[in-house]
Design a protein around this ligand. Structure first.
Ligand code: BGC
Length: 249
């Protein structure tokens, strides 16, 4: 069995578990720490280190999914984390501090590749699929015939007086104390817009709120093509591990 440590870094929590790559399943307890505030590189690296030290496994391959644009191992944006993450050489620091077999991918891209390999995405390998994670921000992963276009950042589409994630993320729902119906109205606007731009065959919704799909399904417009992620909130961890596996081969 190939075991890899998957870490899903979020603006609210940092989660990790050992993943069985053949099955795409967690094979350890999931460990979760709060993301420190302010969420600076040093503070977050400390928490990630603590998390890595919670696990014992053979190969020491680690996959990190991180909530920013990822280019050449650097974090190139910082929306819900400290601005000093912009331009940070995360791959270098992680390899120095955790394991030289650490690999990095955007968190939504990670959740996306997990769903395409092990989840609902398997039905859409010859189509256009868009996964959106609705958490603190909104992350996106676009697939054409199973191929990922990385770093798409659809949560930052201009929307009303700001960007989509400020209205349709789960934190927007909580922060503004919206009912499911009120929040679904915002989400519908975002989904309809993305639907017009990309004509996907399916939208897969990930992030913590995918577990609560029953609460808002009835309020959605594009019912025939919007579904919750099959691996629910673990897609980010599993996908980060899968990406590391593919890169380490
Ligand atoms: C970030 C994305 C990330 C998403 C979900 C956004 O604010 O810009 O890179 O994928 O949040 O965490």
């Amino acid at each position: 069995m190939t075991q890899i440590l998957g870490i899903d870094v979020g603006a609210t929590g940092i989660k990790g578990a050992l993943v069985d790559i053949e099955q795409g399943e967690l094979i350890s307890d999931r460990v979760k720490y709060k993301t420190p505030k302010p969420a600076t590189p040093d503070a977050m690296m400390e928490v990630m280190k603590k998390l890595v030290e919670d696990f014992e496994w053979q190969e020491k391959v680690i996959g990190i999914g991180f909530p920013a644009i990822i280019k050449d191992g650097h974090t190139e944006s910082a929306s819900n984390i400290h601005k000093s993450w912009k331009g940070y050489n995360l791959i270098k620091e992680a390899r120095k501090r955790f394991s030289d077999k650490t690999f990095l991918i955007n968190d939504a891209d990670a959740a996306g590749i997990s769903e395409m390999r092990y989840g609902l995405g398997r039905k859409y390998l010859d189509k256009v699929a868009i996964l959106l994670t609705l958490g603190t921000g909104i992350g996106s992963a676009i697939f054409n015939e199973g191929e990922l276009l990385p770093n798409t950042e659809l949560g930052h589409l201009k929307f009303k007086s700001s960007v989509a994630e400020k209205y349709a993320s789960n934190s927007a729902r909580e922060g503004k104390d919206l009912s499911w119906k009120e929040w679904a109205k915002e989400l519908n606007e975002v989904l309809n817009h993305i639907n017009f731009l990309f004509s996907p065959d399916v939208f897969i919704l990930g992030g913590g709120i995918s577990k609560k799909f029953d609460n808002y399904e009835e309020h959605l417009d594009l019912k025939e093509k919007v579904f919750p992620a099959e691996s629910r909130n673990n897609a980010g961890i599993i996908g980060a591990a899968l990406h590391a596996y593919m890169k380490s081969q």
